[in-house]
Each structure stands twice: as structure tokens, then as C-alpha cells.
Ligand binder design. Structure first.
Ligand code: FE2
Length: 379
């Protein structure tokens, strides 16, 4: 199937910030109250965001710093309680994946009356939000380069209490517009830059081989992989280099566009329990199995040579070396045992790794015995 859809108006680079502000003024002339969610640290005052700040100054604004990482149902309930009295007509999110995910969930749940954490959990798991006639529009300005959340229509909400991870998903959750400014990513800690770039590398690769892959998705995926593969190893020497930052932002955007139409597959499905049980950063938890899953999927790939070429590799072993090399450059271990994973822990990971819509989106089935073997080989 070669159907591709993505409705987000994307502006890229500082020179586009003025045009973005003009679009903002035109599109939201009737908007009175803006909920401004940021990652904190005064990021909204960054010089490159001045045109956006000018546009926002004409509105009544409530600024909330969303400093949490991987929002869970209790965080969402707390945030909803805090902003409820402010009748916002638009959300602007300036931050990483967690901030944009919070914006999406607030967009979906704004008009639902939810008095307890259990009711928030119920609204998410039953997908009751989908019956809402109206979702609050939102605009994304990412400060990381990896999640692609500004161009996807779902958000992740965690639930440690129930040992689960939920997806809040609806086509109306696409951002109205996104402004991508590579300058904003310079302030990220290097480890986060690396983890988010590895996440984007997985988004692109998994989009390439997904059961829902299509010709358009694969073009974006290959472009994303090549840009990340060439830029990421150089960032350690020049973390402030804006050319590298732009390549990583572009790579993340293209990976986001690619997987916005396919969703992710086995690597992400396996990553969720790795993050939930062992606290492994999302991008590391997803990419640690990337070459192993590539080996498993290889015979099912469409045009495998193109994928290898994007990785600059002649075979799967070279892709494995390339990813391990990226880990080594940044002092990351590619052994699960370094993150506290044990043989017993692997059994628990396997039991939680089969997320519907993710694992069954992998082009080749992975049995629980095969998955256990794969993970043991990574200890
Ligand atoms: Fe991801």
C-alpha cells in the first residue's frame, strides 16, 4: 500500500521562525488563551524563539513547566487538575518527547471530567477520549532531536502501578504545526542527544521494515538513517556544531515522518519493559536490539541493499559493528547486564514485550523462545 498521510505544517530553521510566527498569527487569530507547556529552564526565552514569543504576547498565556520524564497516569491527572481552571483554546509545547506527549494527552482529555487517577487510567485504556467531538489544537517546538512526536499522532503514558504502558492515539492528535530549531537542541546533555538520536535511528529502521511500510516511508527512513549515521559519531568532538545539529534534527524529523505512517515494531516493543523494569533510557532500550532484530528480519526486507547502504554497511555484521561503535564512542555499554538485566529479568522482559500493534507489526514473527535467546546473547 502506497498511501502516505501527514498533516503537520513544518517550519525548519531560524530563518523560518518569522514565517512560523506569521502562520501562528493568521491561524490562531481567534485564540484567546494559550497553555504553554515547556521543559523548564526558561527555554521559551531562547533568542531563536523571539518571533514566537512576540506572537504569544498577544494572547493570555499560562506557562507550566513539565519537568517529568516519561509521564505516567498520576502525572497526567496532576497536570490536568492544575490547568483545568484555565480554559485554553490552544496548546504550545516547547520541549522533548515527554512535554509533547503531555500536550497531546491534554489535547485529548481537556473536555473530559476526570476526578481520580483511576478515571484518567480508565479514559486512556478504554479510549473514551476518541468519542470527544473536539480535540484542542496543539503546536510543537521540539528541543530534542529524536522522538519525532511533533509529527506523530500518538502519545505514550506509563503506568508503573499496573506495570503497563499505554498509547493515546487518534489522527486528531497530529500537531497543527511544528517549528524545528536545531539551535534548541544544543542545550541538551550529550547523553540525551545520543539516546534521542539512537531512538530516531530505530524509528527510521523499524518504519523501513514495518508491516505497514510503503514507498514514501522508506524514502524518509533511508534519508534519516544516513544523516544520523554520518552525524552522530562526530557530535562528541563538536556538540555545538550547528551543521551536525541540523542534520540530527532533520534525521529525527524524517524518521518521525516515516514512522508516523507505520508505527514501530519489535525493537520498541522489547524496549518498553527494559525501560519500565530497569530504567534504561528509551533510545538505548530500543537500539540495543536493533542489529539483532535486523538479522532476524533480514530475509523479509524490501530492497535490503538500500537499507544496508544507508547504514554505510555491506552486511548485517557491519551494521552491528557500526551501532556498537556509536555506543563505545559515547561510553555506553551495549551489554544488557551493565544495566542490571539478569537471566531472570529477561524472562520478565519477554513476558511483557509483546505490545499489540508493535510486536505484531514486525515483518517476521519472534517467538518467546527466540526473544529470550536474543536477549541472553546481549547480556
Ligand atoms: Fe521511540
Amino acid at each position: 500500500m502506497n498511501h502516505f498521510y501527514n498533516p503537520v505544517a513544518v517550519s525548519l530553521g531560524t530563518e523560518s521562525a518569522e514565517a512560523f510566527a506569521e502562520l501562528f498569527n493568521e491561524r490562531y487569530a481567534g485564540v484567546k488563551r494559550v497553555l504553554l507547556l515547556t521543559r523548564g529552564g526558561g527555554v521559551e526565552k531562547s533568542d531563536c524563539l523571539q518571533p514566537v514569543l512576540n506572537a504569544l504576547s498577544k494572547k493570555e498565556t499560562l506557562l507550566i513547566e513539565v519537568t517529568l520524564n516519561n509521564p505516567n497516569v498520576a502525572d497526567i491527572w496532576k497536570l490536568k487538575q492544575e490547568i483545568e481552571p484555565f480554559q485554553y483554546d490552544l496548546i504550545v509545547a516547547i520541549g522533548g518527547g515527554s512535554v509533547m506527549d503531555a500536550a497531546k494527552v491534554m489535547s485529548a482529555l481537556q473536555h473530559k471530567t476526570l476526578s481520580t487517577v483511576a478515571e484518567v487510567r480508565g479514559a486512556i485504556t478504554s479510549e473514551a477520549y476518541r468519542s470527544e467531538l473536539y480535540f484542542t489544537p496543539w503546536v510543537g517546538i521540539p528541543t530534542t532531536s529524536g522522538t519525532g512526536s511533533e509529527v506523530t499522532c500518538w502519545a505514550t503514558v506509563w503506568d508503573e502501578e499496573c506495570g503497563s504502558k499505554y498509547s493515546v492515539s487518534d489522527e486528531r492528535l497530529y500537531a497543527n504545526a511544528a517549528l524545528i530549531l536545531p539551535e534548541l537542541t544544543v542545550t541538551m546533555p550529550l547523553r540525551l542527544s545520543v539516546a534521542t538520536a539512537l531512538d530516531a535511528l530505530c524509528h527510521a529502521t523499524e518504519a523501513y521494515w514495518s508491516m505497514h511500510t510503503n514507498t514514501v516511508t522508506r524514502v524518509y527512513a533511508l534519508q534519516a538513517i544516513e544523516r544520523i549515521r554520518l552525524s552522530l559519531p562526530l557530535l562528541i568532538e563538536q556538540p555545538d556544531n550547528l551543521v551536525l545539529r541540523e542534520q540530527l534534527s532533520l534525521g529525527s524529523l524524517m524518521a518521525g515522518l516515516a514512522f508516523s505512517n507505520t508505527r514501530t515494531t519489535a525493537c520498541h516493543s522489547i524496549s518498553y519493559p527494559l525501560t519500565m523494569l530497569f530504567g534504561i533510557d528509551h533510545g538505548i532500550a530500543a537500539s540495543i536490539t536493533l542489529s539483532t532484530v535486523l538479522k532476524h528480519n533480514f530475509d523479509a526486507l524490501i530492497e535490503p541493499d538500500k537499507l544496508l547502504c544507508a547504514f554505510g554497511a555491506a552486511n548485517v555484521e557491519e551494521v552491528d559493528r557500526l551501532i556498537r561503535n556509536m555506543y563505545t564512542i559515547y561510553g555506553l555499554s551495549s551489554n544488557l547486564s551493565s544495566y542490571g538485566v539478569t537471566v531472570e529479568g529477561i524472562r520478565e522482559v519477554v513476558s511483557l514485550a509483546y505490545t499489540k500493534g508493535r510486536m505484531d507489526n514486525n515483518p517476521v514473527e519472534i517467538s518467546s523462545e527466540e526473544l529470550e535467546r536474543m536477549l541472553v546473547s546481549l547480556l
